[in-house]
Design a protein around this ligand. Structure first.
Ligand code: UDP
Ligand code: MG
Length: 331
């Protein structure tokens, strides 16, 4: 295959019935203008509103639309995994269903891909509709990640990106349950290039990512890509032990030389509580990793598919011919 020809746009949607009627026609218009055979794969992540009904209507109206419906809400990371697992084209673009990643940029991503890049990831130059607090915490997170991990996750980068076939194949090999997609996308390597864009506000509806979810996503990112916190616990332990030893020697000398009587309930309490706290923190860190190991060890499928609407039309000139959803239904 000399020139790239086929593309799938993968979109995870969870309760997006307000945004989809605006978003979908916009996307189709972009696909019409592309000089390659493109299709859309929507993954309904267990929506409770009319998202699935809408998506079925989209699929009925256009043979380029394929659908996957997950058995329940698995979260965006797993919904994207489900979608990417079912891509059999030369490349895939990941978009948000709420219009925050403008579909109009797809031609530009494709152009970069044709220049020979395997991953073209969008970096946000502006974050409209996001509070200073979110921007501040996001910046902090990237800094901590850069410090803790050898996988350099690009700043201000979301899931919006184009990936070539080799990258998609590599991603399929990563079946870990604790999925931090941005990290995995970066971890695989290949020729990656940034693509600056302005992230638009949501078309409609509300974000489901509150601060608690973002915090947990951050923990996921840190524990999936770094064991530095564990080592930190060791160093803090060693440091505390050394300090305690020095202090102990000082107390003995003081008692022997100045014949100091026993005293200091306050200092004793402080030390006991401080050490107790340190130990609990260290245990907590170990617990975070142990818990993830436990979840990993269960070997449950990453996601469950409830319903599939394959593409009515095969991508013209695709490498895989008229096959619908190449490969088996993986989980
Ligand atoms: N999403 C999903 N499953 C979820 C939550 C979100 O598939 O459990 C989808 C959602 O429909 C949207 C994308 O992930 O297409 C990004 O979600 P959202 O806009 O809520 O996040 P934000 O843009 O604020 O990061
Ligand atoms: Mg959004």
């Amino acid at each position: 295959m000399s020139s790239p020809q086929t593309l799938t746009v993968v979109i995870a949607a969870y309760n997006e019935d307000a945004a989809l009627p605006v978003f979908h026609p916009r996307l189709l218009q972009v696909l019409d203008g592309l000089d390659l055979s493109a299709r859309v794969l929507y993954v309904d992540d267990g929506s409770r509103d009319d998202t699935w009904t809408l998506l079925e209507a989209f699929a009925a109206a256009d043979p380029r639309v394929g659908l996957i419906r997950l058995a329940r809400n698995f979260g965006k990371e797993l919904a994207l995994t489900a979608g990417l697992d079912h891509v059999d084209t030369d490349a895939a673009v990941v978009l948000d269903a709420d219009g925050q990643d403008p579909p109009e940029l797809i031609p530009a991503l494709v152009a970069k891909w044709r220049e020979g890049h395997d991953v073209v990831y969008g970096t946000r130059t502006r974050r409209d509709g996001e509070s200073w607090f979110k921007r501040f915490t996001a910046a902090g997170f990237y800094r901590v990640m850069a410090w803790l991990s050898r996988t350099d996750i690009p700043r201000d980068t979301g899931d919006f990106r184009l990936m070539s076939r080799p990258v998609l194949d590599a991603l399929r090999g990563l079946r870990e349950r604790q999925r931090f997609m941005k990290g995995l996308f970066t971890w695989v390597g290949f020729r990656q290039v940034a693509f600056p864009y302005e992230r638009a506000p949501r078309l409609a509806g509300r974000t489901t990512f509150n601060y608690w979810k973002l915090w947990n996503l951050a923990l996921e990112g840190i524990t999936s890509f770094s064991t530095v916190p564990l080592r930190l616990a060791t160093y803090i332990g060693v440091f505390t032990a050394l300090a305690a030893f020095g202090w102990g020697v000082w107390i003995i000398i003081r008692t022997l030389v100045w014949d100091d009587p026993v005293q200091g309930w306050p200092s004793l309490m402080t030390v006991v509580l401080f050490l107790g706290g340190l130990q609990l923190v260290a245990l907590g860190i170990i617990g975070e990793y142990l818990g993830r190991l436990y979840m990993e060890a269960k070997q449950r499928p990453l996601y469950l598919v409830r319903d599939v609407r394959p593409f009515a039309a095969a991508p013209a000139g695709g490498p895989s011919g008229p096959k619908l959803f190449g490969g088996e239904l993986r989980a």
